[in-house]
Design a protein around this ligand. Structure first.
Ligand code: GLN
Length: 187
């Protein structure tokens, strides 16, 4: 059986683990570098990207994450996880994995729109995806290898780059497993 890790430093780890288990894979909370050798794919949850970044440095996980992902570990980042996977953020300085060739704007939808839900058209999906956005980022700039699967007002909110995927929104909160299933299918 495939085993999918969920980076368990901060954020909504449980919800991802529950959804992965519902999809029939084994879910493992990743807190130490050694766990990276035991998984076939990785989810980086939402939460607060600055905290996830700082804790990954403190727990000695940043470099092991970078090398596992460079070596091809299929990885999916949601919201703060998308930010942490990115090459750069538009503002500030925070530890990033730097694997996904995008520039991300944090909290991009602004105060009026801090949290909202929207039916999203996603390339390759037959029906819209009910997406929950919470202080969500959007992608400001994509590199040449990055495929945009969904956007809001021309701002990408779902991208794929080889074995990497990232969404601005939180599928683990609504229980629609289609995006997690894409990660599992890529193992
Ligand atoms: N605003 C958070 C950040 O910048 C992300 C919010 C989330 O993950 N729901 O890291």
């Amino acid at each position: 059986m495939s085993r999918v890790g969920v980076l368990a430093l901060q954020g909504d780890v449980r919800e991802h683990m529950r959804l992965l288990e519902q999809l029939g894979v084994d879910a493992l909370a990743v807190k130490k570098p050694g766990a990276l050798d035991q998984i076939d794919a990785l989810v980086i949850p939402g939460g607060e990207s600055t905290t996830i970044g700082k804790m990954s440095v403190r727990f000695g996980l940043l470099d092991p994450l970078r090398s596992a992902i460079r070596d091809g570990l299929p990885t999916y980042g949601t919201c703060a996880g998308m930010i942490f996977l990115a090459g750069a953020v538009t503002d500030g300085d925070q530890p990033l994995i730097g694997a996904l060739d995008v520039v991300v704007r944090r909290n991009a939808f602004g105060r009026q729109n801090e949290s909202f839900e929207a039916p999203l058209e996603i390339s390759g999906f037959e029906t819209p995806f009910h997406a929950v956005f919470i202080r969500a980022p959007w992608i400001e700039k994509v590199g040449g290898e990055v495929e945009v699967l969904s956007s809001i007002d021309d701002h990408p909110v779902f991208v794929r780059q080889g074995h990497l995927m990232a969404t601005s929104f939180h599928p683990e909160l609504t229980g629609d497993g289609r995006i997690h299933q894409m990660l599992i299918d890529s193992i």
